[in-house]
Design a protein around this ligand. Structure first.
Ligand SMILES: [Mg+2]
Length: 255
């Protein structure tokens, strides 16, 4: 989608859209969408206020809430620390883990170990191991372009098995068929009569946005960090995600 076709989603427009749909399915990416991006991967935690808003949303009538993250499900659960309502549906590893963690898959485990091995001499990167994928974090690397060049070479070797998912200072080797669109499709099939709204901020979310657009839901890009955008609508930052949720909650209270 051409970036210039993205519309700013202000409060008035959001209310107009909400008024057309009595049941709403809210789907959120995690990092950069409902939590601020932070330096330490394991410190991306919801604030108390954010937690309270999401819990309130989960209890609103005619409302479903889901979080779809590239993080492993166990890692997401660690960050949430049981503070979110159980009714909020959690998807990890871009949708590959739906509700429960997947065990590793023999077919991908060995090649992922090989990839890790090929990269073991690299300095200033860290690996995020997930059951069926491997994410290389490189925010502290001194020559990112050079590193990405080498990562792409490795990716070429394994291109039959994995696609590469680039995100915010991350390079992920992910089984070819896995992307956030799967989670969105799964949610849509579970809650067919709910109008789906997906908020995301990163390249990984484009897969989800594409599916949302196909099913005529609302796709909302948070922030302008990425230039390749599939979402139809744009908001400025994480704070704006919560502003729109609060607007929805207020509208519900009036009903
Ligand atoms: Mg994100």
């Amino acid at each position: 989608m051409n970036v210039y076709k993205q519309m700013k989603l202000d409060e008035k427009l959001f209310l107009e859209i909400l008024n057309k749909h009595p049941k709403i399915l809210f789907i959120f990416d995690y990092d950069g969408t409902i939590t601020e991006l932070v330096r330490d991967h394991n410190e991306a935690k919801l604030t108390n206020d954010e937690t309270a808003i999401l819990n309130k949303l989960s209890k609103a009538p005619n409302t479903k809430v889901s979080i779809v993250t590239g993080r492993a499900l166990d890692n997401l659960k660690f960050l949430l620390a049981n503070r979110l309502d159980e009714s909020i549906l959690l998807y990890g590893t871009h949708g590959a883990e739906a509700g429960k963690a997947v065990t590793d898959d023999e077919k991908v485990r060995k090649p992922l170990e090989e990839i890790r091995d090929l990269l073991k001499e690299e300095k200033n990167i860290f690996f995020e191991d997930k059951p069926i994928s491997l994410t290389v974090h490189y925010k502290d690397h001194h020559d990112k372009n050079d590193l990405i060049f080498r990562l792409e070479k490795v990716a070429e070797i394994y291109s039959e098995l994995f696609r590469v998912q680039q995100g915010h200072q991350v390079f992920e080797f992910l089984p070819k068929h896995i992307n956030k669109g799967l989670a969105i499709s799964d949610l849509h099939s579970k809650f067919k009569d709910f109008y789906p709204i997906f908020f995301g901020d990163d390249l990984t979310d484009n897969f989800g946005f594409k599916v949302i657009n196909q099913i005529n839901g609302l796709s909302v890009q948070v922030g302008e960090r990425i230039s390749e955008r599939e979402a139809g609508y744009l908001i400025g930052k994480v704070e704006d995600t919560y502003k729109l949720i609060n607007l929805y909650l207020k509208k519900q209270e009036r009903q």
